[in-house]
Design a protein around this ligand. Structure first.
Ligand SMILES: Nc1nc2c(c(=O)[nH]1)N[C@H]1C(S)=C(S)[C@@H](COP(=O)(O)O)O[C@H]1N2
Ligand SMILES: [Mo]
Length: 941
């Protein structure tokens, strides 16, 4: 990542600052050609060498290609006519930037104005009108292909694309970083037609029933393209996953508030070529457009679009699923019993693996007749028919085996004809297609009977039938006999909506019929659902039967839980309580606390409280409004009324105590930390370093404010637990990763996440809480704490006594490296002054696998810039996957290792240890054996 030429984006920049070592982990087993320039590989490209073929180099998306007119049309290479494959649509693009994109970060991306924007100007989320989509045919022209961007499009120009690196690492024997040219030349190039569908397709229908958490897709969140690239399975075979690898984690390079977009696949699925997962650089025979992931994306057929990571930069073989924010907080179908507000407030639902969406579900929609289409039956001869048409798709490679139409709301059905254009590709013989310079080979052989594309259906209805009907409804069935339901399964994210697609017919008289679709995409008005709702009817249970219109329609009872109005007081409670009473001995003993000006008694609930008694005792006699409201579910809030004992009244003698933030606000000159008071800090940025390490950036009070943390000291961090054990406070000392002396306005923590596992069922409780934080969340810090301080000028202070230091050794493990980095950085920073004298520094860093080593490059850089070899850095790996070219130690710290890689014991020498407790204890024992004075020369951080 460090080699990318584009301007650094914040989240990437955070990672680069600390973790660019990751980009160099290409191990020795990589073939040497990866070091050559990518252009050299293009020259060797067997495809490029075929004579007489014009390759689209520079391989640029239409959006970035040079052009002289305001309108560009490029046509991809068509397949030979005798293969009888569907024609590729012309790709056209307007060369002028849409006015709506002008003042956005996407002001360099050209877009087709026919796309309907669903989320205002930015980010860009758009779909084609269903009629445009359907008439464009089996293969959707790229410019009409739906777009789902969570943020700004990463700006990738030709230069950056040429140097694009796909880093593949983690639990594999041959971790490798690939350029695009590497992919093209090392693996077989394949092409497959694939339909992508956003899990939110048809969400507008759900949003009319009750607003979900997502924006309003119409039925156009689906499109099909020919994707060209290499099989993910081939790449996995090349890097050789090792024991323990269960998931393949993918990360894009977009810059989103909670870190880049990322998600994962089960390794067993990813390895299976018949599932068709590809790393693709081309779409419809031309380079991917920026909106679709230029220069490289993952394409996962038959699963929801959200799994097809765009702008793909990193793949990690991991023992656990993706830990990316959007892997958990997107693409879920949560139970219908939850309201959107509950889902937003109660985080644990999002971590329940049962609610993850993988494969698409069976779905269909109607394109003919269109919304507001008018059919004048009087112009048609009696007995003539209208062709109802639309699309149908299913997931998991399953074929659509049935599409049925009803004109009487499900009393009777008729079968539609289904056309599977995808079969044309399947029927082409491998030899007949050969190896195309652009498309490579057709992947349909490996695909077997799996279906990756939508099908089109058609069904005739006579004019008379349509005149006599109140509606047209369609449902499809797939080969597992799953069938679309009549009723909507409303859910908080509004995903996977697949109830029958229902079009209402209005008889306008004189033989004229007007058709009305359920909704119009985005904020466009129209559709029978909103119309019914406006009439006070429930759009989830419509009745269209002809003739029934005249009857007064019954208002159906809404079956969804209504948003709760929460009453947290007991109307019978009339007592008033003064602040003195609240803060009195009695108040403390009975655990009185205040929420919204009302006083509650916590005593009777101490034992039952899921967060344990201390969480209530901690706020005894205090105002707990913020904390209470922030961490409790609506259900818990409702319970509060039972504990209501009175209303707080303020007396003139006791001014309400001011909040911590105000009393501590020292202004830009003062430092942030307060030794006695907890101060809130807000998470403003989050970066994923690897499957078990993340960087969290928190804002201080002011941009120019320094933290106020002496070198070598720590801060206490406390977080209130959520989900299980809600409300309980977990607290631990941490050292920031950011340079505490020179960083202003924010601080970064690098947290190694210890998730629950069979050996440690609770995981690292603090790190688990960190893991759940999202941008905007607050935690609290207090400090500084610690008994060690580096004073500079070869002097340390230990328990208040200063001590001269000639040589200093550090032994660390995991994120124990961060306090050590603080001290080592401060030591080497002293060398910028002329007469600096610094001690010799030894660091021994013990980790399980190479990928677990944190801040490796920070140390290397310090050594390069300041140290002239005075930093003696050594590593040891305790895990089994030791790279072939590993030049350091293996195994847990031994006496021999400590002798070799730490200073010899003596006067003016010191060893600091920071890591997991068991490591600290072992090292301490060994050091005392070697002759170190445990009392005076060993510091445990
Ligand atoms: N890096 C990245 N990949 C991404 C997304 C994103 O926002 N960032 N959106 C996902 C979602 S939710 C969908 S539906 C598909 C949409 O792909 P498209 O925009 O090419 O149609 O991309 C997926 N891949
Ligand atoms: Mo999506």
């Amino acid at each position: 990542m460090a080699t990318l030429t584009a301007s650094k984006k914040p989240s990437q920049a955070i990672l680069e600052e600390y973790c660019s070592s990751n980009s160099n982990t290409t191990s020795g087993t990589t073939s040497p050609s990866s070091l050559e320039s990518p252009t050299a590989e293009i020259d060797k490209d067997p495809l490029a060498q075929q004579k007489g073929v014009q390759l689209p180099y520079p391989f640029l998306p239409t959006c970035l290609a040079k052009h002289d007119s305001h309108f560009i049309e490029r046509r991809a290479r068509q397949f030979p006519a005798d293969l009888k494959l569907p024609l590729l649509p012309p790709e056209s693009a307007c060369a002028v930037i849409d006015a709506q994109d002008k003042d956005t970060p996407d002001s360099w991306v050209t877009r087709d104005s026919r796309l309907v924007r669903l989320t205002g100007k930015h980010p860009f989320n758009a779909e084609a009108r269903i009629r445009d989509l359907y008439t464009a045919g089996f293969i959707t022209p790229t410019n009409l292909f739906f777009v789902r961007n969570h943020g700004a499009v990463p700006k990738v120009d030709f230069e950056r694309a040429e140097k694009w690196e796909l880093k593949v690492h983690g639990l594999c024997a041959n971790p490798t970083t690939f350029t695009l040219a590497n992919l093209r030349t090392r693996f077989r190039v394949v092409t497959l037609p694939i339909t992508l569908v956003c899990a939110g397709n048809r969400r507008k229908e759900q949003n009319v029933v009750a607003k979900s958490l997502g924006f309003s897709w119409g039925a156009g969140g689906v499109s099909t393209a020919l994707f060209t690239g290499v099989y993910l399975a081939d790449l996995l075979e090349y890097v050789r996953p090792t024991k323990g690898a269960k998931h393949v984690v993918f990360e894009g390079s977009d810059d989103l508030p909670n870190g880049p977009y990322g998600t994962s696949q089960l390794l067993s699925w990813a390895r299976n070529k018949s599932k068709g997962m590809m790393l693709a650089w081309a779409m419809n025979g031309l380079p991917l457009e920026p909106d679709h992931g230029f220069p490289l994306r993952l394409v996962v057929p038959s699963q929801i679009g959200g799994r097809s990571v765009k702008w793909l930069a990193r793949i990690e073989l991991s023992p656990i699923e993706s830990q990316h924010h959007l892997h958990f907080h997107d693409n879920k179908v949560l139970p219908t019993t939850l309201t959107a507000e509950q889902a937003r407030a109660e985080k644990h639902w999002w971590y329940d693996p049962r609610y993850l969406i993988r494969e698409l579900s069976v779905n269909s929609a109607i394109a003919y007749p269109n919304h507001d289409e008018i059919l004048d039956t009087s112009l048609h001869a009696p007995g003539s028919t209208y062709a109802l048409r639309g699309y149908a798709y299913a997931g998991g490679g399953r074929r659509i085996t049935r599409v049925e139409i009803t004109l009487d709301e499900g009393s009777s059905w008729r079968l539609a004809q289904i056309t599977y254009f995808e079969d044309a590709f399947r029927e082409v013989e491998e030899e007949d297609f050969g190896v195309d310079p652009i498309y490579g080979v057709l992947g349909t052989n490996e695909q077997g009977e799996n279906c990756f594309c939508w099908s089109f259906w058609e069904c005739e209805a006579t004019m008379e039938e349509l005149k006599g009907a109140g509606s047209i409804m369609v449902r499809a069935m797939d080969e597992s006999l799953a069938v679309q339901p009549r009723d909507m399964y409303w859910n908080p994210t509004g995903m996977m909506n697949n109830w029958w697609f229902k079009v209402c017919i209005h008889d306008l008289g004189d033989g004229q019929l007007r058709f009305e679709h359920p909704t119009m995409a985005g904020t466009q008005p129209g559709g029978w659902m909103q119309r019914l709702k406006d009439q006070g009817l429930d759009p989830a249970y419509p009745r269209f039967a002809k003739g029934e219109d005249a009857k007064a329609p019954t208002v159906l009872e809404v079956s969804r839980p209504a948003a709760l109005t929460i009453v947290m007081t007991n109307p019978d409670v009339k007592r008033t309580i003064s602040r003195e009473e609240l803060e009195s001995q009695e108040g403390k003993e009975k655990a009185w606390f205040v929420v919204n000006g009302e006083v509650y008694e916590g005593l009777g609930f101490l034992e039952k409280h899921p967060g344990g008694a201390p969480s209530i005792q901690l706020v005894a006699g205090e105002d707990a409004t913020d904390d209470f409201l922030a961490i409790h579910s609506p259900a818990a809030k409702q319970q509060l009324a039972d504990f209501h004992i009175g209303t707080l009244v303020s007396s003139p003698s006791s001014p309400p105590s001011t909040s911590e933030k105000e009393t501590d606000d020292l202004g830009p000159g003062g430092t942030f930390l307060h030794a006695k008071k907890w101060k809130k800090i807000e998470l403003i940025k989050l970066g994923v370093v690897s499957h078990n390490a993340k960087i969290f950036r928190f804002a201080l009070d002011h941009d120019e404010q320094a933290l106020g943390l002496p070198t070598g000291m720590h801060v206490y961090v406390r977080i209130r637990r959520r989900g299980e054990g809600e409300g309980e406070i977990v607290q631990r000392a941490y050292t920031p990763l950011s340079d505490a002396q020179n960083t202003k306005g924010f601080l970064d923590f690098l947290i190694k996440i210890y998730r629950p596992c069979p050996e440690f069922p609770l995981g690292g409780r603090m790190s688990v809480e960190f893991d759940r934080l999202v941008v905007g969340d607050e935690i609290e810090v207090k400090g500084p704490v610690g008994h060690f301080e580096w004073l500079g000028h070869r002097t340390a202070q230990i328990h208040g006594h200063s001590m001269p230091i000639d040589e200093i050794g550090f032994v660390c493990g995991g994120s124990g490296v961060t306090p050590i980095l603080q001290v080592v950085r401060a030591i080497f920073n002293e060398t910028s002054s002329e007469d600096a004298e610094i001690p010799d520094v030894w660091v021994l860093d013990v980790n399980r696998n190479v990928d677990d080593i944190l801040c490796r490059e920070d140390f290397e850089r310090l050594d390069e810039v300041h140290g002239s070899g005075r930093l003696k850095m050594h590593h040891s790996l305790t895990g089994k996957d030791v790279p072939n070219d590993w030049k350091y130690s293996t195994g847990r710290p031994s006496e021999e290792m400590l002798r070799a890689h730490l200073p010899a014991p003596g006067e003016n020498k010191l060893v600091c240890i920071c890591g997991p407790t068991t490591m600290e204890q072992t090292v301490k024992t060994l050091l005392s054996k070697i002759g170190w004075d445990l009392e005076k020369q060993i510091v445990l951080f």
